[in-house]
Write a protein that binds this ligand. Sequence first.
Ligand SMILES: Nc1ncnc2c1ncn2[C@@H]1O[C@H](COP(=O)(O)OP(=O)(O)O)[C@@H](O)[C@H]1O
Ligand SMILES: [Mg+2]
Length: 316
Amino acid sequence: MSADAAIAVENLAKRYGTVEALKGISFEVPHGQILGLLGPNGSGKTTTVTLLSTLQRPTSGTARVCGHDVTAEAARVRELISLTGQEASMDDGLTAVENLSVFGRLTGLRGAPLKSRIDDLVEQFDLRDVRDRRVGALSGGMRRRVDIASALITRPKVLFLDEPTTGLDPRSRAAVWDTVAGLRSEGITVLLTTQYLEEADRLADNIVMLHEGSVAASGTPAMLKQQAGAAVCEMTLADRSDADRVVGQLTGLEIIEAPTDGATTAHPRVVLRAPDGMATVGSVIERLQTARIEVVDIGLRQPSLDEVFMQLTETV
Ligand SMILES: Nc1ncnc2c1ncn2[C@@H]1O[C@H](COP(=O)(O)OP(=O)(O)O)[C@@H](O)[C@H]1O
Ligand SMILES: [Mg+2]
């Protein structure tokens, strides 16, 4: 384990009564990088964040933030980090700037330094138009932005974002993505939890996939896709009434996604593993032609992180 990682986690475990929320996970995050901690509900993401941010103590194992142990040096760790939880921690009745000011004062900032820090954050997060509006009246994405800005008021070295885009509409989600991507240029180390593979794929330098409290896989998005092996063949059917018939034509091939009975999409999608790449696609096209099944498109591509996750967790 390298001593100079921003976050270093080794065999970290947490039990709540009989529930083993974390079963001994290990990973590292180099300074200035973004880690995507990815997993479905209940996989242990929030537990990891609460242990790393010293809100709870591990049952066993160790975790260090900038070299400081989260248990033995909790106070020091708290000076270095900031956290935005799954639920925004702002006061809806206050304006954006008032909320930033509350957070600043909580950490001991006052007067001119506080004002100047707030002005910087308003600029950085593009909050000029909403600075004097009540946070309760803002869109979900804008609220998130104010929330993340307030987490940065102390200039943390490490920022924890627990599901920053859950529940947001696509436009707001994209705005939060821009915000997080912008943190990279500030040199802040970010641990971001998400249920969305696309989000981790877009933002994270490295991904740790959690499954029932254990690490199912980790690596760069590209490595994980490669680890899942073969490319996939994806096609879109021209006629949804072919949905049942197409599966019968693809015997011997591993279908990852097939239209469900009574598919209502006009053009159902079929995805299958293509262990032989172009040759698999060629064979598929031949079989479709023989059966007179029309497609809108068909192609060969790398598996998505969703498909990687499904494949990796099937065997855990
Ligand atoms: N305070 C707690 N008491 C008991 N069980 C908990 C507590 N917090 C979390 N758990 C359980 O630990 C597991 C992991 O939860 P959590 O870390 O919140 O997952 P995630 O954030 O990935 O959804 C779940 O089974 C959850 O029910
Ligand atoms: Mg959670």
